[in-house]
Structure formats: structure tokens, C-alpha cells
Design a protein. Structure first.
Length: 289
């Protein structure tokens, strides 16, 4: 017949029983001795009362030590559990990064295998999106914080990849960044990274035809302490007047609009002196399940 008590509880029961017994015994003794001392005032009764007090204190001390030992044990178990979950979460990020790198390699192979220029373009764009997501999870995997990522490093990695993909002359286009926020929650960083990927890709492909020189600016600033403002702009040929940024058939801009809605943000398009897209959203996004 198996015992109804767990091994952990069995280890704790002797000390618990002793402390309770001593506390009850001491308390009863004090009550009885005070009652007797009231009628028979002798030194023996007085010293018996002192012994009873010591018994109560001893029982209480044992119980306090037991509770402190249990607290430390619980803290240790909780810390071990948190460390295990951190290792598992890092493993998840690592596997996601690795899988995305495999997908990126497959897209590159498929791009090289096709002779269709339009297909090559589509494979390149898809690869850039996959790389953008992979970089976010790589940043999380390598950092101690598993929720927030270094946004400056993340944006820098995306821009280096895009310039390596599209910019034939890296000196022709000047890149300016103004990232006021060091660490950003992954729920915000990932959609922002994809938006930057799409808008900067468009600038590199269309804003500076025939090798024209120009500038691309990326900024993430804090507004009113509660909002972020993401701005991507260039001084190129400008966004076409006949295209509505919120109602377009191109996959890239449709993706931008989906991500904008995900951030519960507002979008402003300025066509003066090139193209400027300003996206405002709250620091904390309430996601409904």
C-alpha cells in the first residue's frame, strides 16, 4: 500500500510535529502554572513558568526556521524553473532562426535556378522579408532579455542586408538613422522591422533611378511619452500621385498596411521633397486573443 504523503512532505513532518508539540505544551503549561501560581505563590512555580516560556520560544523558533527553510527551497525551485523556461525559449528562438535561414537559402537557390527576371525579383523580395524576421529572432536568441531586442542593432542589420542586395554603389545613397529607443518589445520590433524592410526596399529600387545620389532616413522617436513615431523617408523622385498608399494592389504595400493595422497605428504620407511615411502608434499594444 502506497503512502498518502509525498517524500517532500514526509521530510518536513518530524520538524513540524515537534514545533507544534512544543508550542502547544508550553502554552498549556503557562496557563496552568499561572493559574496555580495565583493560589500558591512559590519560587518553584515561578521557575516552572520560565521553563514553559522557554519551551514556547523553542517551539516557535523551530517553526520559524522551518518556514524560512521552506521559503528558500521554494525560491530555489522557482529560480530553477525560470532558468529552464529561459533555456527552452532560447532553443525555440534558435530553431526559428535556423528554419528561417533554411527558407532563405531555398529562396536564393530557387532565384538562381530561374531565368525569369520578374520571378527573380519576387524571390529576392521574399528572401528579404524572411531575413528581416530571422534577424529579430537571432537578436532575441543572442540577448539576455527574451522579450525586448536592441532596436538599433536590429534596424542596422536589416539596412546592411538591403544595401547589400539593392545598392550597386553604396556611396551614392547616404543613410541616416535616428533611433531614440534602445530596446523595444518583440511585438513592436518585428512589424516595424518588416515595415522598414518594405519602405527602404522601395526607396532603393525606385527613388533613385539611373544611379542618382540621395538620402534615406529612418527614425524611431518618442512622442508625448506614450507613443512611438516611425518615419521612413527619402529625397528621391517621390511616391506616385496616382497611388493611394492605403489602397494599393502591390504585395509590399499591402503587407505594410496589414502591419500598420496590427500596430493600431496611423499613417501619414508626405510627397514633398521625395517621400516620407510617418507611422504613429502606442508603446504598449493591447492584443486581443
Amino acid at each position: 500500500m502506497t503512502s498518502m504523503f509525498s517524500p517532500k512532505l514526509k521530510r518536513q513532518m518530524p520538524w513540524y510535529t515537534i514545533s507544534i508539540f512544543l508550542t502547544i505544551l508550553g502554552t498549556i503549561s503557562i496557563i496552568l502554572l499561572f493559574f496555580v501560581y495565583y493560589f500558591i505563590r512559590t519560587d518553584i512555580i515561578f521557575w516552572c513558568i520560565q521553563v514553559s516560556w522557554i519551551t514556547v520560544l523553542l517551539g516557535s523558533t523551530i517553526e520559524i526556521c522551518r518556514q524560512e527553510s521552506l521559503r528558500k527551497q521554494a525560491d530555489t525551485e522557482l529560480e530553477n524553473e525560470l532558468q529552464q523556461k529561459r533555456r527552452l525559449l532560447k532553443e525555440v528562438y534558435y530553431r526559428i532562426t535556423n528554419n528561417m535561414q533554411i527558407i532563405s537559402s531555398m529562396l536564393k537557390i530557387q532565384k538562381d535556378a530561374t531565368g525569369n527576371k520578374e520571378a527573380k525579383k519576387l524571390f529576392t523580395e521574399s528572401d528579404n522579408r524572411v531575413v528581416s524576421m530571422a534577424l529579430a529572432h537571432k537578436n532575441l536568441y543572442e540577448a539576455d532579455d527574451l522579450v525586448h531586442i536592441n532596436f538599433k542593432d536590429y534596424v542596422g542589420s536589416i539596412l546592411r542586408h538591403l544595401f547589400g542586395t539593392y545598392a550597386n554603389d553604396s556611396n551614392a545613397i547616404k543613410l541616416n538613422t535616428n533611433i531614440e529607443v534602445d530596446f523595444v518589445n518583440i511585438s513592436i520590433a518585428l512589424p516595424c522591422g518588416l515595415i522598414i524592410n518594405e519602405l527602404v526596399s522601395n526607396s532603393l529600387k525606385y527613388a533613385f533611378p539611373k544611379g542618382n545620389k540621395g538620402e534615406i532616413n529612418i527614425a524611431l522617436q518618442i512622442e508625448d511619452n506614450d507613443n512611438y513615431v516611425l518615419t521612413v523617408s527619402d529625397n528621391g523622385v517621390g511616391f506616385p500621385e496616382n497611388i493611394d498608399i492605403r489602397n494599393t494592389r502591390t504585395f509590399g504595400m499591402q503587407l505594410v498596411n496589414i502591419l500598420v493595422d496590427q500596430l493600431h497605428s496611423t499613417v501619414e504620407l508626405d510627397r514633398e521633397n521625395g517621400t516620407s511615411v510617418k507611422i504613429s502608434f502606442k508603446k504598449v499594444i493591447n492584443e486581443t486573443v
